[in-house]
Design a protein around this ligand. Structure first.
Ligand code: ADP
Ligand code: MG
Length: 174
């Protein structure tokens, strides 16, 4: 199992947290496409969106996704990476895609605990709770379509990682 592992799921699902711990457990590199973009562009996600709109951000996100894809790498993607068919196909063809699935309630709880400056700009201008519910509903099918495996991301991180390691063990014997 030397492919790239892609973590997909909504903002707050644990792509960064679980991805990092998983990479450590496997001795893989960890890359977060959001952090990668911020470092290479010297701009925050909010800056990119303000300057180039969400379309500009999405274009850069697709490029970043392809740039960071390498063997023995865990890639934490942005919550909206699955919106582009190109990204869904790319991830499925270049590695193993894991969907960290959590309810809107759990996501809201986690995100409201984060400092304000760590949060992304609102996509729609609605209250965060409503927005997350809408975003989840509109993306659920895309996450499912992109993913090879769906994980319950509401379990404790240790447990989620154990489940992923079991999935990987099964993949290698296939
Ligand atoms: P993402 O990268 O998907 O946006 P993060 O990894 O940044 O999500 O996690 C968002 C917040 O939720 C963080 O505060 C993190 O510590 C917490 N978190 C992530 N996964 C879990 C989990 N399985 N159980 C409890 N809290 C979690
Ligand atoms: Mg993240």
């Amino acid at each position: 199992m030397t492919q790239t592992i892609f973590m997909v799921g909504a903002r707050g699902a644990g792509k960064t947290t679980i991805g990092k711990a998983l990479a450590q457990a496997l001795g893989y590199r960890f890359i977060d496409t959001d952090s990668f973009m911020q470092q290479s562009l010297q701009m925050t996600v909010a800056d990119v969106v303000a300057r180039e709109g969400w379309d500009g951000f999405r274009l850069r996100e697709s490029m970043a996704l392809q740039t960071v894809t390498a063997p023995k790498t865990v890639v934490a993607t942005g919550g909206g990476a699955v919106l582009a068919r190109e990204n869904r196909t790319f991830m499925r063809n270049h590695g193993l895609v894991l969907y960290l699935r959590a309810s809107a309630n759990v996501l809201v709880e986690r995100l409201t605990e984060e400092p304000e400056d760590a949060q992304r700009p609102s996509l729609t201008g609605k209250p965060i709770v409503d927005e997350i519910r809408d975003v989840l509903a509109s993306r659920e099918a895309l996450y499912q379509e992109a993913a090879h495996h769906v994980l319950d991301a509401t379990l404790p991180p240790k447990h989620v990682i154990e489940l992923i390691l079991q999935v990987l063990a099964n993949e290698t014997v296939k």
